[in-house]
Design a protein. Structure first.
Length: 74
């Protein structure tokens, strides 16, 4: 027979989140979106190429999203 001891359970880790329209968004996802927009606008102004701006912004946003997700798993 299995016995559960309440003192043996770990408390779930709380991660920083922001409530948007009733849904908790982790902060790293919002940071990734913000970084993507900033990079996209900056590259569009510097290069004049929307394709390069979108590609660069996608890379930066995806890297931040992946790194934040990996850190939250630890």
């Amino acid at each position: 027979m299995a016995v559960v001891h309440p003192t043996d359970t770990e408390q779930p880790r709380s991660h920083a989140s922001v409530d948007i329209a009733g849904t908790a968004w982790p902060v790293y996802k919002l940071e990734a979106l913000f970084a993507g927009v900033v990079v996209c606008l900056t590259l569009a102004l510097i290069t004049g190429s929307v394709q390069a701006a979108v590609l660069g912004a996608t890379v930066i946003a995806a890297l931040r999203w992946i790194i934040g997700g990996a850190r939250s798993l630890r």
